[in-house]
Write a protein that binds this ligand. Structure first.
Ligand code: EPU
Length: 423
């Protein structure tokens, strides 16, 4: 199993080009199930999660391959399959997002219930509620969700105790695109990845309005046609490198980003002392004279609030701050597995319910650590960049799910980082 070894203490400098968004690509890939004709997607990152979704789509009759220029071609060849089995869905929770398109296009579907994961209990009740509101007949049987009935359209409020649901909004949107009538999604997720999905669907002939807002209106159409589409930059990858630049007080230019998608993160980084030069499609970290990081509090919230997917990386940053900070997780209250691994590097972190209280320290010391999930592994790599000695991050398959060539990108910036492959 591969490990990533980082020898801390190097200054970084240079530029890093941000890849296309994983969380935008995944639902858009699933949406190709709805389309008659070829689809060409640009800027789809080369990641394990993308490979997994492509494999699931092949199982569902969607031919797909990468062209030499990196674009991804997809076309439905055989629409007889209706089932996404447990073995495929369990490898990646996001594959549950094939449920809406399979139902709308093929009339019925059977998709494995994804279950929980390391982030905690992750129910799909809002997906089910949303799909039922637009006509779905749903039965949960032997770990599977069976869905059928006509897609009629209707009105649904998609809010839950933790805000709206990103993939739940995607599931309802995609089904409603081929619905018989009008669908109104109140309290829809407003994440840029949902906006990208809406833009993709409209480019295929869907009629969605209210894009980017909390109320989406979908007028169902009879069919969708193929299109070409470019995936938005990955705001979480970009924010991860920004945290790294601030932690190492380094002149790093983060390119090919949409700063408008990251306002909450930029705000918290600046509050922590970052001097940022923000352009139309770049953010540059300007080193400060003292390299001091201020302790700031952060609460994760649905977009446009501070993203839960940057919480672990921000915690790594706060382990180096002057003073005490409180990080409160309002999206996944159990998402703190990285805290005990950061503690192995010498961080002082205390849990209080959905909050972590971090006492900053000037010195972290390298140690072997275990990645528990994608963003946790990124936080451990960041901590490794500033820890004394070397840090070995194990279970790096998590990081390969969501960070394209992370060790090459960091090497290019001057980090001492390598991947160690073990037989
Ligand atoms: N929730 C419910 N019921 C539901 C669905 C969600 O109670 O039916 C709750 C969840 O348990 C959670 C909150 O609502 O407390 C938000 O969950 P959401 O459904 O929005 O998450 P998701 O759509 O399954 C996506 C991202 C996650 C990201 C979350 C929140 C993808 C593929 N995944 O998941 O990304 O953390 O939104 O922003 O888009 C990651 O990339 O590392 C990752 C975990």
């Amino acid at each position: 199993m591969d490990r990533i070894r980082i020898r801390g203490g190097r200054d970084l400098s240079g530029d890093v080009r941000i890849s296309g968004s994983k969380n935008s690509s995944l639902p858009i890939l699933a949406a190709t199930l709805l389309v008659d004709g070829p689809v060409l997607l640009r800027n789809v990152p080369d990641l394990k999660d993308i490979d997994n979704m492509c494999r699931i789509l092949r199982h569902l009759g969607v031919r797909n391959y990468r062209n030499d220029d990196g674009s991804l071609f997809l076309e439905v060849e055989d629409s007889s399959a209706r089932c996404a089995p447990y073995d495929l869905v369990r490898t990646m929770r996001a594959s549950f997002v094939v449920l809406g398109p399979l139902w709308a296009k093929r009339g019925e579907a059977r998709v494995s219930h994804p279950g929980g994961c390391v982030l905690g209990h992750r129910p799909v009740d809002l997906h089910v509620k949303g799909l039922r509101a637009i006509g779905a007949q749903i039965v949960v049987d032997a770990g599977y969700i069976d869905i059928g009935g006509p897609v009629r359209g209707g009105t649904v409020f998609l809010g839950g105790n933790y805000g709206s649901t990103v993939l739940g909004t995607a599931n309802v949107l995609m089904a409603a695109a081929l619905g018989q009538g009008r669908t109104i999604i109140e309290n829809a997720a407003m994440e840029p990845e949902i906006e990208d999905l809406c833009n993709f669907l409209n480019a295929c002939g869907a009629r969605i309005s209210g894009i980017g807002g909390h109320c989406l209106v979908v007028e169902g159409v009879e069919r969708l046609h193929g299109c070409e589409h470019e995936i938005i930059p990955d705001r979480i990858e970009a924010a991860t490198y920004m945290v790294g630049a601030l932690m190492t007080n380094s002149p790093v230019m983060i390119e090919s980003v949409k700063p408008g998608h990251m306002l909450a993160v930029l705000d918290r980084l600046q509050a922590a002392g970052a001097q940022l030069e923000v352009g139309r499609d770049y953010v540059r970290n300007v080193p400060t004279a003292d390299g001091r990081i201020r302790a700031v509090d952060v609460t994760t919230l649905p977009y446009p609030g501070f993203p839960t997917d940057i919480q672990a990386q921000f915690m790594a940053l706060m382990t180096r701050a002057d003073g005490v900070s409180v990080i409160t997780e309002k999206v996944y209250p159990e998402r703190f597995m990285h805290a005990s691994e950061l503690a192995r590097l010498g961080a002082s972190i205390r849990r209080e319910g959905p909050s972590a209280i971090i006492q900053g320290t000037p010195n972290l010391s390298g140690a072997p650590v275990m990645a528990s999930d994608l963003r946790a592994s990124a936080s451990l790599v960041l901590a490794g960049l500033v820890a004394n000695g070397h840090t070995d991050v194990r279970r790096v398959y998590h990081i390969d799910r969501g960070y394209e060539r992370i060790e090459q990108k960091l090497q290019r910036l001057g980090a001492d980082i390598e991947r160690i492959t073990e037989g």
